[in-house]
Ligand binder design. Sequence first.
Ligand SMILES: [Zn+2]
Length: 112
Amino acid sequence: MSVKASTFNKKARRHAADMHTRKNRAHSFRCHYCGAQLTQEAVTREHIRPLSKGGDDSSTNIVFACRCCNLQRGNSDYDLFKEYMLPVKRARAAGLPIPALPPYVSPARGGK
Ligand SMILES: [Zn+2]
């Protein structure tokens, strides 16, 4: 009986530790582009190389982004969009007011 109780306790401790890790991960979700704090409901999986351009679902091709950044970027160039959002990310990290950016012109959408 003590073996079973011990096994149960080990599983319970492992489960508690796992839940603690998951909770911490949820709290540490920040948008890859703008640095906004993300809730589990607001987080989206963003493909660095879009699926439409041959990207895949591997962990090295996915970052967490807010819905707004994900939609704005669409399938445009990753580096250009990241650079475009840099002033927002820097301001947020420094606790400064978020600067207004001009509308993002996606090169992938023919300048529209
Ligand atoms: Zn964002």
